[in-house]
Design a protein around this ligand. Structure first.
Ligand code: PMP
Length: 303
């Protein structure tokens, strides 16, 4: 494939049918989003946030883009902003992986740290403070911006439908951080499969199943507040997955399927296997593997 810009390589990722014996002989299909150029599902979002801002004149020449992020959105935003020569400041809680922060800087972004103890809420607040101080700045704010689920509704959902070539989808199992991926893909798939179950995945330490907020090793999913996007869909269940189980499947995927997947992918697979227990024989589950384990090597993902 000859391309003229790296942006042409965003999306159209492979959908892998896992070679796994799941309960009730359920088939599990995983969309491999680590194949995007910035290494995650969030490249789709970065482009959409910047282009939506440009379309709505919230971004003009030299507008400074400021975004609170756990990392992958930062990489996606920095990549997209480079296309339009826009300066980028990313507000990142300290705890997130060094690899992601190194990549954001390599793309030309500046990083501002907030204390890990303040979570993503602290990063959001800091981003808004910076925006009030910096003239001609814009915070796309993935956590509230409808351009977030819309990015996945327009690209990831239709790709999955096309990849499956008529194979029906019984259930979507996908993690939620901002909730954009899960909601956008659910909306697109339900237009084709109205009875599809939509199951989201969170780590222990996230609040969706009534749990108490605490630290977890799984990176990229888990919420401190219910994503506003959830209002626009019906969610069947939320699966809460422990760090240990997620990391077990991260190692399993490398060793048995040759797939380098991050911990949110491990959690998604663990949840898919749990969901399979209550589905009819030979059902089809689609799940999303948002990024690669390679950006967590320094955190001992394979230890
Ligand atoms: N997995 C990883 C590794 C991520 O970085 C993110 C985004 N924070 C997600 C899953 C969740 O995606 P979303 O924000 O669309 O819910």
């Amino acid at each position: 494939m000859l391309v003229n810009t790296i942006y042409q390589t965003i999306g159209n990722t492979p959908l892998l049918k896992l070679d796994i014996t799941a309960p009730n002989d359920v088939n599990i299909y995983a969309k491999l989003e680590m194949f995007n150029p910035g290494g995650s599902v969030k490249d789709r979002l970065g482009v959409n946030l910047i282009e939506d801002g440009l379309k709505k004149d919230k971004i003009t020449k030299n507008t400074t883009i400021i975004e609170p992020t756990a990392g992958n959105t930062g990489i996606g935003v920095a990549l997209a902003a480079q296309k339009y020569h826009l300066p980028v400041k990313l507000v990142v809680p300290e705890k997130f992986s060094q690899e992601k922060q190194i990549l954001m800087k390599a793309l030309g972004a500046q990083i501002i740290h907030t204390p890990s103890s303040q979570g993503i809420t602290g990063a959001i607040k800091k981003a808004q403070e910076l925006a009030s101080e910096i003239e001609n700045s814009y915070v796309p704010l993935q956590f509230k911006n409808p351009a977030n689920p819309e990015a996945y509704y327009r690209t990831l959902g239709p790709e999955i439908i096309a990849d499956l070539k008529g194979i029906g989808v019984t259930a979507l199992v996908a993690g939620s951080g901002s909730g954009g991926t899960f909601v956008g893909v659910t909306q697109a798939l339900r237009e084709k499969y109205p009875n599809m179950q939509a199951i989201t995945v969170e780590p222990e330490g996230s609040i969706l199943n009534g749990g108490v907020e605490h630290d977890h090793r799984i990176e990229g999913i888990g919420v401190e507040f219910v994503p506003p996007f959830f209002d626009s869909i019906t969610i069947d269940t939320v699966e809460t997955i422990s760090d240990d189980i997620a990391f077990y499947y991260v190692k399993w995927l490398a060793k048995n399927q040759g797939v380098f997947a991050g911990s949110s992918s491990g959690a998604a697979l663990a949840a898919a296997l749990r969901v399979a227990e209550s589905l009819p024989d030979n059902s089809n589950i689609v799940t999303i593997f948002p990024d690669s384990s390679e950006r967590y090597l320094s955190k001992g993902i394979y230890d």
